[in-house]
Design a protein around this ligand. Structure first.
Ligand code: IMP
Length: 430
């Protein structure tokens, strides 16, 4: 009875794709529980680089079952294209990819509203990925959404599209847009139906439960990061779903008592895309160096990511909310060559030291990082297979992150490839 959840411990883009793919080597199923094509989970195997948006990061492991669970929002057109691209690369998903009937569908009017709102918001924009995520989750919460299972029934889908469009029409017009006619929207769904209906499972959560009961290993794959969680993140600069470990339960149907571990994925530094507080952000050459060396440009939107030093209060907060059993620390290699590294251990807000992430947005925006500084290393670390093979300064840096982050580092990633990884503890064995 083993299910392990993988969550982002920062602001997303932590490298969850690589970590899930790695652990998927010893898992039977990977269940993606939240978000949609706002994610871009990157997996590198040799010369091959694959970016997954909907498809769980177990895709490249032959035989691993991939479930798109009910917490997800799915752009049906983009999912079909993603599967076709995987198939063209020789990734055979047939018979092992399933989509929950209950996952909500992102429709063209969701994407339209997302874009119009951001354009109208000016300086106050959230900096969304523009994939229609927020409006789709709004329809879900408003109980007027279209779900994957509705693909089976064109009459019902037609009614639901008409109802949703009637609801969005005034918003679209107020924002200066033109609502799309319903007919081509429904027509497109009818075209996509034959590709997606065979994958649908009305009992997706029972399917996952059966796998767990059979004593097999399940990974629950999160998207985005803890600080982007709709309830616990830097609201309103968040995504519209629960990205944290609680979301793994509601989004997949796996109960908390069946989750045996939660791995938080964190970069060895920090990045953020879009607006919102980011106390350790660097605006200087060092920030640009991290951006360039870490290829910190969005895998979904291509936007340059904001880069900064490791923020320990953020990771402590992620630990509290997710109950982390370990941290998978990624991109340590990106820091190679920097003469000295800074780690934010606390903040100063209004002249007072604060050890925790402030829960009010204005306070977080005002927070000034208090740093501890350590020496960097120059040696190439990408071939290290054991923690002891890392230069002493790199070991010291990782130990400092464990100490100030309050959670042990169970994996260290020293390069993008699957093989460039030091596994200190396997989450299925702990
Ligand atoms: P949305 O999820 O597209 O609505 O975007 C809301 C916020 O979450 C924006 O700041 C995005 O940049 C951020 N965001 C959404 N998905 C990701 C992701 O996969 N990585 C990093 N940031 C993300």
């Amino acid at each position: 009875m083993v299910a392990v959840a993988i969550v982002g411990a920062q602001w997303g883009d932590e490298g969850k794709g690589k970590v899930v793919d790695l652990y998927a080597g010893s898992a039977d199923a990977v269940v993606r529980y939240a978000g949609g094509p706002n994610a871009g989970h990157t997996i590198v195997v040799g010369e091959d680089r694959v970016v997954l948006k909907h498809v769980p990061s177990g895709a490249l492991r032959a035989g691993t079952i991939c479930v798109l669970a009910q917490g997800m929002v799915i752009d049906p057109d983009a999912l079909v294209a993603e599967m076709a691209a995987l198939s063209a690369r020789g990734v055979d998903l047939s018979g092992r990819i399933f989509v929950s009937d209950r996952a909500h569908l992102i429709m063209p009017y969701h994407v339209l509203v997302d874009g119009l709102r951001e354009a109208a918001a000016g300086e106050a924009r959230i900096g969304t990925t523009g994939r229609g995520i927020g409006p789709c989750y709004e329809d879900k919460i408003g109980r007027r959404g279209l779900r994957a299972g509705d693909l089976r029934d064109t009459t019902r889908a037609t009614q639901l599209v008409a109802r949703a469009l009637a609801c969005w029409e005034p918003t679209i017009r107020r924002l200066g847009g033109e609502p799309p006619p319903a007919a081509p929207v429904v027509q497109k769904l009818a075209e996509l139906g034959p590709r997606l209906i065979p994958l649908l499972r009305s009992d997706a959560s029972a399917l996952v439960d059966g796998i767990i009961r059979a004593g097999k290993r399940v990974l629950l794959e999160g998207a985005q990061g803890t600080l982007l969680d709709i309830d616990h993140g830097t609201y309103p600069f968040v995504t519209s779903s629960n990205t944290t470990a609680g979301g793994a339960c509601t989004g997949s149907g796996v109960p908390p008592t069946k989750i045996s571990g939660v791995v938080g994925v964190s970069k060895a530094y920090a990045t953020r895309v879009g607006g919102g507080p980011f106390p350790t952000e660097l605006f200087d050459e060092e920030g640009q160096m991290i951006r360039d060396r870490g290829h910190e440009y969005g895998s979904t939107t291509g936007r340059p990511r904001r880069c900064g030093w490791f923020d320990a209060p953020v990771v402590r907060y992620a630990n509290r909310l997710n109950g982390l059993s370990g941290i998978a620390l990624t991109k340590l290699d990106v820091l190679t060559g920097l003469p000295r590294l800074k780690v934010c251990v606390a903040y100063e807000i209004g002249g007072v030291r604060r050890d925790e992430v402030p829960l009010s947005l204005p306070e977080f925006e005002e927070a000034k990082p208090l740093y501890e500084q350590v020496e960097g290393w120059k040696e190439d670390i990408s071939s290290a297979k054991e923690f002891g093979e890392l230069p002493k300064a790199a070991q010291k840096y990782v130990r400092l992150l464990e100490e100030v982050g309050g959670v042990e580092v169970s994996l260290v990633s020293v390069g993008p490839d699957r093989n460039e990884t030091i596994v200190r503890k396997n989450p299925f064995r702990s």
